[in-house]
Ligand binder design. Structure first.
Ligand SMILES: *Cc1c(COP(=O)(O)O)cnc(C)c1O
Length: 408
């Protein structure tokens, strides 16, 4: 008799985006004359840049020519891309990461979900609330939790509330975790971590033999020179952290698919007898067994963002989104909202007024100004009473949406 992984039954239905879709559809059907502005999804809107497209085309041409055709590539990525990443994303910032500590993949979603496979099922996981839902859901799938309580929390996960009091920066947990997910700049709150703040986590992880999973998917949006782009900018982090990066938000690759994970040579975890083992070879084993590499033209396209012209173009697109965020931040503040994020991040995190719940605010916004955002409660119980606006939108729509909100 075939049985299922019953951990899947513990998961809550993928509720947030389907529910947003349902409410927007119903509204559109009832009000066909209304023009709806969508600022709800965390997906980019600007196309791939010319330099990326040129490299992408060249890669495709090479695949059609017998002298340059490529079959399977190295599972962990072509050297030209891994070296470009090591040099431009790390060494240029004084961080000693080498190409062979970099694993190229088809997405950070997969990597942040799959990483738990090389760690024991008895690990305690700490997760921020609210946050990107992948960390909690994959923890549930891997069998490390009990059921979900009526408070929205899974038994067995250490939740770290992020709220106005702590500036949306989680405090060190009371109960000691083994594995800790952190995400900065944060989705959904748009907050960033200073070096001093990250150092408290690195020091904690060193003292307590924890490993930090650091999701830096939005590092390209950091403009403040004092804010670290990588956790490896913190002394000692190479002993206790894994970093996830993606070309998705950096260069518009959400539909093209390319990302990478950095596992330092010196990172160790322990067996049941307390003997340390290097984590990198375990991930290498997993990656080469279960993954056959990102397609060559895509890796070539990704590497193009490190050329002088490519870097300039990508930065222009990032600045376009950041200007959208600035407009929203300024407008919403003028309207008397309490607003967070939106400076070194593409997300603006807004406190609803008059004690409205996230979904009440969603309905109000949809009905009165025909603007769609994302209810904060969809990212975790502590997100209740907040709302996320995404800067991934056309400028004229951002301006129009803010005008409509002002009139509301
Ligand atoms: C968008 C996003 C990613 C990127 O995922 P990909 O699979 O690389 O597209 C990773 N982490 C967070 C928090 C994100 O919002």
């Amino acid at each position: 008799m075939a049985t299922i992984n019953e951990n899947y039954l513990k998961l809550k239905a993928g509720y947030l985006f389907p529910e947003i879709g349902r409410r927007v559809r119903e509204f559109a059907q009832a009000n066909p004359e209304k023009e709806i502005i969508r600022m709800g999804i965390g997906d980019v809107t600007q196309p791939l840049t010319p330099t990326v497209i040129k490299a992408f085309h060249e890669g495709v041409e090479e695949m059609g020519n017998i002298s340059t055709f490529k079959g399977y590539g190295p599972e962990q990525g072509y050297d030209f891309l891994r070296e470009a990443i090591a040099k431009n994303d790390y060494q240029s910032r004084g961080v000693h990461i080498s190409a062979d500590e970099i694993f190229v993949s088809d997405g950070s979603k997969c990597d942040t979900g799959n990483i738990q496979e090389v760690f024991g099922s008895n690990n305690k996981i700490a997760i921020c609330d609210p946050v990107y839902p992948v960390y909690a859901d994959t923890t549930v799938m891997s069998g490390k939790t009990g059921n979900c309580g009526s408070n929205g929390y899974f038994e067995g996960i250490i939740y770290m509330p992020c709220n106005e009091q702590n500036g949306f920066l989680p405090e060190l947990p009371q109960e000691r975790p083994d594995l800790i997910f952190l995400c900065f700049p944060n989705n959904p709150t748009g907050t960033v971590a200073t070096k001093e703040y990250l150092k408290t986590w690195v020091d904690y992880a060193i003292q307590n033999h924890c490993i930090i999973f650091y999701d830096a998917a939005y590092e390209a949006f950091i403009t403040d020179p004092a804010i670290p782009h990588s956790i490896f900018e913190i002394k000692g982090a190479k002993n206790v952290a894994i970093e996830f990066r993606s070309f998705s938000k950096t260069a518009g690759f959400t539909g093209t698919r390319c990302a990478f994970t950095v596992i330092p040579e010196e990172l160790m975890a322990f067996d049941a007898a307390g003997k340390p083992h290097r984590v990198k070879p375990l991930w290498m084993r997993r990656h080469t067994t279960k993954f056959n590499g990102v397609s060559y033209p895509v890796q070539k396209a990704a590497a193009a963002i490190y050329s002088e012209e490519g870097a300039k173009e990508v930065k222009e697109v990032i600045n376009y989104y950041l200007e959208n965020a600035r407009i929203m931040l300024e407008s919403l503040t003028e309207m008397g909202f309490k607003v967070f994020g939106g400076i070194n991040a593409p997300y603006v995190w807004v406190k609803t007024k008059n004690g409205l719940t996230s979904w009440q605010f969603f309905d109000l916004l949809l009905n009165e100004s025909n603007v769609v955002g994302t209810p904060g409660s969809g990212f975790g119980p502590a997100g209740e009473g907040y709302f996320r606006f995404s800067a991934f939108a056309e400028r004229e729509n951002v301006v129009k949406a803010m005008e409509r909100l002002r009139r509301m």
